[in-house]
Write a protein that binds this ligand. Structure first.
Ligand code: AOS
Ligand code: ZN
Ligand code: ZN
Ligand code: ZN
Length: 427
């Protein structure tokens, strides 16, 4: 589905008077506070969040899945959906693929299609958490950590194949989320599982092209309920440190036990130059994979506070980050959900950009906890949405992407084109 840009212009001119009122007020307040509004707008415009191919269809749970209608039926249609998102917000200029769900049959054509929407390929994801057809060995008892070398070799070969697909498309990184773990105490020896996994990681690492990175994602439980090999940021960092400079940690916001201080983890990774990127989502209980900002927007802001501090401090030497969403749920229109997620991420970023950092540092040195909180919350409680809207307006995107999407009845058009009962591959 190709969007007629003049429809966006029409939408924008209808909303422009109200927007200018809100934006003018905010811009002048920020200016008075000493912020360079144009610099903030430039940074927002440059910020791009990758969309996961598996979030374009409705997800599901082990209890069922409800098809949303008009879901993409192929890799091409997934790219078209992300292209549509990007046209609406100009902030979703990348897609993160998953192998084997997204094997490109004709990589050249796929690359051209993505380029026609100005999309790049972010990290490619491997999958050894499911058994695939025509596969020799099962991953029931693990993959890269398996006790049997033949199973490990098969999982290593899969990851190498994923790198090969990524190279064909111009991706520069591999994300490994290793589901391996145990369900019962005593089932495996922790130390030996770690050693076998490290050996497998090393073999994959050896196959990375010179300009590639590998992201090691951690998760404390699920699908296994007693232990996970890469359970936490400590394990991820350990693997990364042993592997070398191309190996970096990946923080999925849903992969922490309740009330974990994620912003401090982010700070630690940055301090070591070992933060690779994010899987943004939100949750109340566990790996809920809900819309970013739906539950804990303040936590997201505190994470961005660390990120902006890390990106602007000369003491931090961390490679450029991969900003990705990882979402999956049953009830929303996936495209609307992703627009909301991108907006929430941008909001947290914008709020972190307007923190009065010199004043915060001073308050910290003086141990003035009250003032430090005032400074953080002053930024957090600023409604920065007009800034995001202005950045979109200047980039030719829609002032209000969700409203535009509904006005234009885009989902209805997709259903007409693709059918009511479509199932996109994914979780
Ligand atoms: C699983 O819980 C992880 O979050 C993965 O990053 C991700 O959901 C998966 O790789 C998508 O297939
Ligand atoms: Zn994830
Ligand atoms: Zn998650
Ligand atoms: Zn997850």
């Amino acid at each position: 589905m190709i969007l007629d840009k003049s429809l966006i212009d029409q939408h924008n001119s209808q909303g422009n008077a109200l927007h200018q009122k809100k934006y003018g007020l905010l811009a002048s307040l920020l200016q008075d506070e000493g912020h360079q509004v144009n610099t903030i707008l430039e940074r927002l415009a440059a910020f791009q969040v990758a969309i996961p191919s598996w979030a374009l269809g409705t997800g599901g749970t082990r209890f069922g899945r409800f098809a949303g209608g008009g879901e993409p039926r192929s890799l091409e249609e997934k790219i078209e959906d992300v292209g549509l998102l990007h046209a609406l917000n100009q902030s979703s200029g990348a897609i993160s693929l998953h192998i084997p769900w997204d094997i490109p049959q004709n990589p050249k054509a796929i690359q051209q299609l993505a380029a026609s929407f100005e999309l790049k390929f972010d990290a490619v994801n491997s999958n050894t958490f499911q058994d695939q057809e025509n596969q020799d060995y099962s991953y029931k008892f693990g993959s890269l950590s398996h006790t049997d070398k033949a199973v490990r070799d098969q999982a290593i070969a899969h990851n190498v194949e994923v790198i090969r697909h990524g190279v064909e498309l111009g991706s520069k990184s591999l994300t490994i989320w290793l589901s391996d773990g145990t369900d019962f105490p005593g089932q495996q020896n922790f130390r030996r599982s770690f050693a076998r996994t490290l050996d497998s990681f090393e073999q994959i690492y050896a196959q990375l092209p010179a300009d590639w990175k590998v992201f090691i994602e951690y998760k404390p439980y699920e699908p296994h309920f007693y232990s996970t090999v890469v359970a936490d940021w400590g394990s991820s960092l350990l693997f990364c440190q042993k592997l070398g400079e191309k190996a970096l940690g990946l923080v999925d916001l849903g992969h922490h036990l309740p009330n974990t201080n994620i912003e401090q983890i982010v700070s630690r990774f940055l301090m070591e130059g070992k933060l690779g990127g994010f899987h943004f989502n939100d949750s109340k209980y566990g790996d809920d994979d809900l819309t970013v900002g739906a539950m804990r927007p303040y936590q997201l802001f505190l994470i961005f506070n660390e990120l902006v501090d890390g990106m602007t401090s000369s003491e931090i030497k961390n490679p450029e980050l991969s900003w990705m969403i990882d979402a999956s749920h049953n009830i929303k229109d996936p495209l609307e959900d992703l627009m909301q997620s991108v907006e929430a991420i941008m909001m947290a970023y914008a709020q972190a950009l307007i923190i009065d950092r010199p004043a915060l540092e001073k308050a910290q040195l003086q141990n003035d906890a009250t003032l430090a909180q005032e400074i953080l919350q002053n930024a957090y409680r600023t409604d920065v949405r007009p800034l995001l809207a202005e950045a979109r307006l200047q980039a030719g995107a829609a002032l209000n992407p969700v409203a535009f999407y509904r006005e234009q009845k885009i989902r209805q058009a997709l259903i007409k084109q693709r059918g009511e009962k479509t199932y996109s591959t994914g979780l």
